[in-house]
Design a protein around this ligand. Structure first.
Ligand SMILES: *[C@@H]1O[C@H](CO)[C@@H](O)[C@H](O)[C@H]1NC(C)=O
Ligand SMILES: *[C@@H]1O[C@H](CO)[C@@H](O)[C@H](O)[C@H]1NC(C)=O
Ligand SMILES: *[C@@H]1O[C@H](CO)[C@@H](O)[C@H](O)[C@H]1NC(C)=O
Ligand SMILES: *[C@@H]1O[C@H](CO)[C@@H](O)[C@H](O)[C@H]1NC(C)=O
Ligand SMILES: *[C@@H]1O[C@H](CO)[C@@H](O)[C@H](O)[C@H]1NC(C)=O
Ligand SMILES: [Ca+2]
Length: 340
């Protein structure tokens, strides 16, 4: 397009020169009929104007080309910057990834070193993780520890409530999982660590070998929350039927575990309660049944509308009586020696 314009201009200039020589020539010997004098000079003037016009068009064109070029350069620079930003984002993601990797490696390293560690150094529970500055609530993997004879265990840590360092041993909130299970199930644990679960009696026994605090948090269907805390919580081993020992209640839910103090654990297939009835079968859970309940945190989950009709629900008598099944429960433990 530009080339054509240039040749147009060249053609115009040639025409102008031709016209000028023709106009300046004193002897007009041209064969075509002579144009009148005025017409000739008008034509030259018009050609001059045209040339000037063409020149200005040409200048404008080159100016336009320059701005076009500048725009292209700017676009390239923009793209380059975007590219650099994207690269920075990738680098950031990579560094985060490697940070997580480092954490995993540290855990593995600690796992390897655990044989030579004293038990106070070991990653033993969520409290030890909290002391090592892991302050985000969520799922953690406790490495196995030869010295303590503990296998690898996934736990959910509450790192926020009242200073954090809590290892969850139970949660009810979704309601799809049955808690009406047998001795073996309660012994090794069941459910999903982010949802509803029982950590397992053997794991709980192991985690409570040192003086331990138990905290129970509850929510009702009206959205209110209450808690009960026992500054001493202990569970005997399987040989002693996972007998419960609790002391020193505090909280605002009322003390509905005291009635279960010093009773053995019962399940649907193991009646260890202090009653002629079979409480585990009546209350449809695994628990430290007396005769039978003042609370039943592993009972049936009932949804809103059904939650006040039965006596085998998730109950805490001191708060809502024997016929009110709670919406949410969490049981969590931490060493009595823990200092946030
Ligand atoms: C100059 O060119 C423009 C268009 O490019 C045209 O509109 C204008 O009439 C021209 N002027 C003369 C004197 O030829
Ligand atoms: C609790 O279990 C132990 C053994 O596991 C047994 O000796 C004891 O009698 C049981 N206590 C009750 C009240 O059933
Ligand atoms: C549970 O029983 C033990 C032993 O009898 C007792 O020392 C403790 O105070 C009791 N706990 C509660 C909350 O009553
Ligand atoms: C009982 O609990 C209170 C406060 O929770 C605490 O100060 C006290 O030391 C506890 N007593 C025992 C024997 O654990
Ligand atoms: C709870 O329900 C049972 C039967 O479903 C009933 O006999 C009892 O009176 C109820 N108790 C309360 C406190 O509502
Ligand atoms: Ca019985």
């Amino acid at each position: 397009m530009t080339k054509r314009n240039v040749s147009f201009v060249v053609w115009g200039v040639a025409l102008l020169l031709l016209a000028e020589t023709w106009a300046q020539s004193p002897r007009k010997k041209l064969t075509p009929p002579k144009p009148p004098k005025g017409q000739c000079c008008d034509e030259v003037r018009s050609l001059k104007v045209q040339v000037a016009n063409l020149t200005s068009i040409l200048e404008e064109l080159s100016r336009k080309q320059e701005t076009d070029l500048r725009n292209v350069v700017r676009q390239i620079m923009d793209l380059d910057q975007q590219n650099r930003q994207q690269e920075a984002r990738v680098t950031e993601a990579e560094s985060r990834y490697s940070e997580i990797n480092n954490r995993v490696e540290i855990m593995q390293l600690q796992n390897l070193q655990s044989v030579t560690q004293t038990s106070s150094d070991a990653i033993y529970d969520c409290a030890s993780l909290s002391s090592r500055n892991y302050k985000i609530s969520g799922v953690y993997k406790l490495p196995k520890d030869e010295l303590l004879g503990t296998p690898e265990l996934s736990v959910f840590c509450d790192m926020e409530t009242n200073g954090g360092g809590w290892t969850l041993i139970q949660r009810r909130k979704i309601g799809l999982l049955s808690f009406n299970r047998d001795w073996k199930n309660y012994k090794s644990g069941f459910g999903s660590i982010r949802g509803d679960f029982w950590l397992g009696n053997d794991h709980i026994v192991r985690l409570t070998r040192q003086p331990t605090v138990l905290r129970i948090e509850m929510e009702d269907w009206e959205g209110q929350t209450r808690y009960a805390e026992y500054s001493l919580f202990n569970m005997a081993n399987e040989l002693n039927s996972y007998k419960l020992f609790i002391a020193n209640y505090s909280g605002n839910a009322g003390d509905s575990l005291r009635y279960h103090n010093t009773t053995n654990f019962s399940t649907i297939n193991r009646d260890n309660d202090k009653c002629v009835d079979d409480c585990a079968a009546l209350r449809k859970g695994g628990y430290w049944y007396n005769c039978c309940t003042d609370s039943n945190l592993n009972g049936m989950f009932y949804r809103y509308g059904e939650h006040t009709k039965k006596t085998d629900g998730i109950t805490w008598y001191a708060w809502h009586g024997p016929n009110y099944s709670l919406k949410k429960v969490e049981m969590k433990i931490r060493p009595a020696s823990f200092h946030p």
